[in-house]
Design a protein around this ligand. Structure first.
Ligand code: ADP
Ligand code: F6P
Length: 322
């Protein structure tokens, strides 16, 4: 018999992502509509340990769906990697009557979710990260907004780069994953796209490409460099020295994590939040909600984290032809 869930806790953890608020709103409103109580936990696992826990009503999530960031706040809490601290976290949940938990974050946060689950609190993870680096899902909350934000910024840099006939290296986020770089590379029409998954450290190839393009009359050369490769400023200096073409590096940084979420992030996050509540009601635990093959799914956390995610070969090949 599935353990009946009466009170759901919700927290956001790790890097924030646009759309997290839509997910929180959905968890709160769907849980209330199903007759459950909801408790919000501020600042991720850190807030859980500090018992920064409060009752949430429908009005608490009014007017947040369009806002970037997370109204619950987030934190990185390294302490939560310790088994005795994880047990303490589960005991705090029990003390506050929380018997089901929704954790919105990335793969690090799922390890914490797994620990809560192991310690008797039914826990479901939602994929909240701009990096798209969760292997069991084709979609993560925040990626769409981050890519659109970066794309718009890159268009602007491209304007000035063309006017000055410069080469521009633009570094985008993604931790060790190249999805934001690949998407911007294609969407912004970059001449070179450098992805951690594919990078061969052959800078001479890039230099030759710049020289050839300049000979063909191109007035700019746009290189999208992923954070996982980094070193954009020193790369720019070496390229300028080798080509004689003025080269500038721009690191887009945290602006990619902020801003009002796109319709896609609001919509998918809303459905995922609902799904998390409904599978908790079914008695499920230790699962990640995802979107794969056109459907919302849920998979075991261990299984989900064990899958490998790679850049689609065909999409990468196409990016090089454009
Ligand atoms: P993300 O969830 O975006 O991948 P992090 O890797 O920083 O971000 O993880 C977020 C938080 O999840 C950490 O600060 C910590 O509280 C918790 N966490 C990370 N790894 C573990 C782990 N191995 N065991 C338990 N909790 C973890
Ligand atoms: O995971 C989201 C992300 O923005 C990554 O793209 C980046 O590597 C990391 O978080 C930065 O983390 P912090 O906020 O700790 O600097």
């Amino acid at each position: 018999m599935a353990k009946e869930v009466k009170t759901i806790g919700v927290l956001t953890s790790g890097g924030d992502a646009p759309g997290m608020n839509a997910a929180i709103r959905s968890v709160v409103r769907v849980a209330l509509a199903r007759g459950l109580k909801v408790k919000g936990i501020r600042r991720g696992y850190l807030g859980l340990l500090n018992e920064d826990i409060f009752d949430m009503q429908s009005r608490d999530v009014s007017d947040i769906i369009q806002k970037g960031g997370t109204v619950l706040g987030t934190a990185r809490c390294l302490e939560f990697k310790q088994p005795e601290v994880q047990k303490q976290g589960a005991d705090i949940c029990r003390k506050h009557g929380i018997d089901g938990m929704v954790v919105i974050g990335g793969d690090g946060s799922y390890r914490g979710a797994q620990a809560l689950s192991r310690n008797g609190i039914n826990t479901i993870g939602l994929p909240g990260t701009i990096d798209l680096d969760i292997s069991c899902t084709d979609y993560t909350i925040g990626f769409d907004t981050a890519v659109n934000t970066a794309m718009q910024a890159i268009d602007k840099v491209k304007d000035t780069s063309s006017s000055h006939e410069r080469c521009s290296i633009i570094e985008v986020m993604g931790r060790n994953a190249g999805y934001i770089a690949l998407w911007c590379g294609i969407a912004n029409g970059a001449e070179d796209i450098l992805l951690p998954e594919k990078y061969d450290f052959d800078e001479q190839k890039i230099i030759n490409n710049i020289i050839q393009n300049r000979k063909k009359g191109k007035n700019h050369h746009l290189i999208i460099n992923a954070e996982g490769i980094g070193h954009s400023a020193s790369m720019a200096r070496r390229i300028e020295a080798a080509t004689g073409i003025e080269t500038r590096a721009t690191i887009l940084g945290y602006m990619q994590r902020g801003g009002s979420p796109t319709a896609k992030d609001r919509y998918y996050a809303s459905i995922m939040g609902a799904r998390a509540v409904d599978i908790l009601i079914e008695g499920k635990t230790n699962r990640i909600v995802g979107y794969r093959g056109g459907e919302f799914i849920d998979v075991d956390i261990e299984e989900g984290l064990a899958m490998t995610k790679e850049i689609n070969e065909y999409e990468y090949e196409v990016s090089k032809l454009l």
